[in-house]
Design a protein. Structure first.
Length: 353
């Protein structure tokens, strides 16, 4: 296969129908408050597509395990791009490369400094996509992934080549998956920005296929939960606060925001979570804010920030997290034009305007 080859996407009647539904789904809508309405996320429509994507993205994402470990598994997160999900940039065997799963275009692009190959995301099997990926990688001098085991997916085939279940590519559902990740990422990035401690970039954890923003507390060690897999125990070596978004599961199919504090402190049942509809669920060890509730708010973006702030305030109150680890929340224009001794933060550089 030549480095410049492009594997054309099959243009079947099903693909055309999917495209029409996608265009309809992405047509601009206006909410009562005057801005674009956040979409509904019906679990029955999204669950098959999320399960398919969860498997597909693990193929290109396995290269993240070759990268140096970053506390909180920050080395593995996938960026939410304007078109889909993208791995970090890898450098192996003299090749610089990344994998971009372009959900809005229905393809995956293996990008390298030697060229690129585009693979269709279409009806088919994970095994078939994996075989095509290996062929494309070899043509560009990219080594195969060091592991082909699925991670964090229950009741699935053990390896990529074993997953021969035929799955349908739903362009409308793929667009909704991207839209949900994109909207949630905007709120989480704004919440995360003023934190002065270690904070991996906001992104999708490809094992559980959830969007994550974590804040880590330096200088302390915690005791990992006994009996868990090594990768989970190594994520519990230091205290952290996690806020994120997930599409739901069979036991709790409702998508929405989640949050938790590790180690879990006492007294969370008495905490205020900042926005109406957010609640502590002790059986799951999670604070949950349903998407249905979030999308009906006047400003869902700000609601995510307020929710995250309330979770961190709970960590300060119940677990002794330092409040001074949160700096000012403002934009770059403010900080590039207003001197520290005259701006809204004088007297206390960590005050918010």
């Amino acid at each position: 296969m030549a480095n410049s080859c492009r594997i054309a996407r099959l243009r079947t009647s099903t693909a055309v129908a999917d495209l029409r539904r996608y265009v309809s789904a992405m047509a601009p809508r206006t909410s009562e408050r005057g801005g674009p309405a956040w979409p509904e996320l019906p679990h029955e429509q999204l669950a098959p597509m999320a399960a398919y994507l969860n498997r597909l993205v693990q193929i290109g994402s396995k290269y993240t395990l070759d990268a140096p470990f970053e506390t909180g598994w920050g080395n593995i997160v996938l960026a939410v791009t304007p078109r889909g999900l993208r791995t970090p940039t890898f450098r192996q065997n003299g090749v610089t490369f990344a994998v971009h799963y372009r959900l809005l275009d229905g393809d995956a692009v293996l990008e390298t400094d030697r060229g690129s190959v585009t693979l269709p995301l279409a009806d088919g099997t994970v095994a078939g996509f994996y075989a095509a990926f290996l062929e494309a990688a070899a043509s560009l001098g990219v080594p195969p992934p060091a592991s082909t085991l699925f991670c964090e997916i229950a009741d699935c085939a053990p390896r990529f080549a074993d997953d021969k279940e035929h799955r349908r590519w739903d362009a409308e559902a793929a667009a909704l998956v991207h839209r949900a990740f994109d909207l949630a990422a905007g709120g989480l990035e704004a919440w995360q920005a003023p934190f002065l401690g270690h904070r991996p970039r906001v992104g999708v954890m490809w094992g559980g296929f959830d969007l994550s923003a974590t804040r880590w507390r330096p200088g302390e060690r915690t005791e990992p939960t006994p009996g868990r897999p090594a990768f989970q125990q190594n994520a519990e070596l230091e205290p952290y606060v996690s806020v994120g978004f997930a599409f739901g599961s069979g036991s709790r199919p409702e998508p929405g925001m989640y949050a938790y504090i590790w180690p879990q402190p006492e007294g969370l049942e008495r905490c205020d979570w900042g926005v109406e509809g957010a609640a502590w669920h002790p059986d799951e060890g999670l604070v949950l804010l349903p998407w249905l509730t979030l999308r009906q708010m006047a400003d869902p973006h700000q609601a995510i920030i307020t929710f995250g702030d309330a979770v961190y305030a709970a960590a300060v109150r119940t677990a002794g997290w330092p409040a001074e680890l949160v700096g000012p929340r403002c934009d770059g224009w403010h900080m590039s034009t207003v001197p520290p001794d005259t701006n809204a933060f004088r007297g206390d550089p960590r005050r918010r305007p």
